[in-house]
Structures are given as structure tokens and as C-alpha cells.
Design a protein around this ligand. Structure first.
Ligand code: HEC
Ligand code: HEC
Length: 214
């Protein structure tokens, strides 16, 4: 029953999205107010304020608009190809301006707390990897690119996404995909270079640490 409801909601939102797209004027940067309406379709999975309650769907709250736009384009052109659901959803984002508006809306939303209670011991081990990486195996510390607590550097360098406060299971999935070849849309192979040397245990620990950050 839950699925049916979600599908119906999506359909209604899709009609609304189409309506809003028609006749929209192109602006150089995103308009968060317009984006709230256009994000209706996305909210069914990502949460209406970008704080999804299901770890299958990444949180978009607090993410850089530029990063959201880049991912939507990557899903559209098959560059991030491993996800059928998002390929379909991204194809419904009608224009660059719609992607920018949706991105601007989510960027203004605040990230909420973790879904699961973090294991303190694992968090400590994860923080060490986050800060220092692993010098023995050549894992470069995440903090160098993703900033303090994984909260990114600045919206001007949206190349490096906000990863703090993201769902643990989603982080684990992405890191394993970068490592095992399922995801390769990272500029200059930056994430593949890091993930390829990580063990499952390191991935799980760093994800535990990151999901506990706010
Ligand atoms: C039916 C569920 C569903 C809907 C609706 C949906 N998404 Fe997604 N989205 C997903 C899933 C699942 C993923 C994770 C893909 C993966 O595991 O690689 C995702 C990933 C993303 C990402 C990547 C986030 C990141 O941190 O890299 C962005 C950006 C995104 N979606 C934007 C949107 C936008 C914009 C919309 C509305 C137009 C939308 N999504 C609608 C299911 C959905
Ligand atoms: C050399 C810079 C660099 C380092 C070091 C780095 N990353 Fe990344 N990371 C990136 C870039 C760039 C992206 C964006 C990929 C894209 O555009 O799709 C990214 C993306 C990610 C994503 C996907 C985010 C999402 O929402 O889909 C995760 C998860 C991630 N990094 C985790 C880590 C972890 C954990 C570490 C440390 C073990 C780390 N990164 C170290 C550059 C880096």
C-alpha cells in the first residue's frame, strides 16, 4: 500500500513540475523559492525538506546546489549510470534552470540528525580515517577534500560535496561503488583513487563517523 501511495504522489508532483517548467525564465543562478515547488517530485523519496528518513535515498538538505546540479546531469547523460530510479527521475528535470532552482532549494535546508544511534568506538576509528587516511595503504584523508566534519569547503568549490550528516548505508554503498567500479563520475578519478585502497571495515567506520556529524 505504501508503494502505491508514493507512486500516486509522484504522479501528481510530476504534473505540477511540468506545469511550473513551462514558461519559466532562465536565471543565472538558482531560485530557492521556485525550487521548492519544483522539488515536489523529489520529496517523495528525498524528503520534502531534503531529509529523507530512508537510507536508500540520500539526504539532499544542506548539499551544495552546484553538486546537486552536477549529479542530476550525470544521471541524465548516463555518466552516473548505476541507478535506474534516478535516471528516470533526472530525466523529468526539464531544464538546467529547474536543476539549479531545485539545488538552490535543498542547499538552504538544514541537515537533521542521524537515523541510527552511532557506535562511539566505531566513530573514533572512523574519525581517524577521515582525518589521516591510512598512510600504509595510501588512503588519502577525507578531510583534505571534504572539509571539517565532512561539511564541505565552500559553495564556491561545490566539486567537493557535503558528506557529513549523510545516511550511513548510503555512504557505504557509494564508497563500495567507487572502489568496485559501479560509480566513476568523480572528476579526475579523485574518489576512485581514495576508495580503491579501502577495506570494508574502513568504509563502514568512516561512514559511521560521517553519519553522526551535523
Ligand atoms: C523514486 C525515488 C526517487 C525520487 C522520486 C528521486 N530520487 Fe534522487 N535518488 C534516488 C536514489 C535511490 C538515489 C541514490 C542513487 C545511488 O544509490 O547511487 C538518488 C540520488 C540522488 C542524487 C545524488 C545525491 C548525492 O548525494 O550524490 C541527487 C542529486 C538526486 N537524487 C536528486 C533528485 C532530484 C532533483 C529529484 C527530483 C527531480 C529526485 N532525486 C527524485 C531516488 C529518487
Ligand atoms: C582528492 C579529493 C578527495 C578525497 C581525499 C576524498 N574525496 Fe570523496 N569525493 C571527492 C569528489 C571530487 C567527489 C564528487 C564526485 C562526483 O562529482 O560525483 C567525492 C564524493 C564522495 C562521496 C559521494 C557523495 C555523494 O553524496 O554521493 C562520498 C561518500 C565520499 N566522497 C566519501 C569520501 C571519504 C569517506 C573519503 C576519505 C576516505 C573521501 N571521500 C576522500 C573528492 C575526494
Amino acid at each position: 500500500m505504501k508503494l502505491v501511495t508514493r507512486k500516486m504522489r509522484l504522479l501528481i508532483a510530476a504534473v505540477a513540475l511540468g506545469g511550473l517548467t513551462a514558461g519559466a525564465q532562465a536565471a543565472p543562478i538558482g531560485d530557492a523559492v521556485a525550487g521548492e515547488g519544483k522539488a515536489g517530485l523529489c520529496g517523495g523519496c528525498h524528503g520534502f525538506d531534503g531529509n529523507s528518513e530512508d537510507a536508500t535515498y540520500p539526504r539532499l538538505a544542506g548539499q551544495y546546489a552546484g553538486y546537486i546540479v552536477k549529479q542530476v546531469k550525470d544521471f541524465q547523460n548516463g555518466h552516473r549510470a548505476n541507478n535506474d530510479t534516478m535516471a528516470g527521475m533526472a530525466s523529468m528535470v526539464g531544464s538546467d534552470q529547474d536543476a539549479k532552482d531545485i539545488g538552490a532549494f535543498y542547499a538552504t535546508q538544514e541537515i537533521k540528525g542521524a537515523l541510527t544511534k552511532p557506535d562511539k568506538k566505531v566513530v573514533v576509528a572512523g574519525e581517524k580515517i577521515f582525518r589521516e587516511g591510512n598512510v600504509k595503504t595510501g588512503v588519502y584523508g577525507c578531510i583534505n577534500c571534504h572539509g571539517e566534519k565532512g561539511m564541505g569547503k565552500s559553495a564556491k568549490v561545490s566539486t567537493f560535496p557535503v558528506i557529513g550528516g549523510q545516511h550511513r548505508a548510503y555512504l557505504v554503498k557509494q564508497l563500495k561503488e567507487f572502489r568496485d567500479g559501479g560509480r566513476a563520475n568523480d572528476p579526475a578519478g579523485m574518489m576512485v583513487g581514495v576508495a580503491k585502497n579501502m577495506t570494508d571495515k574502513e568504509i563502514e567506520a568512516v561512514a559511521e563517523y560521517l553519519s553522526a556529524q551535523l
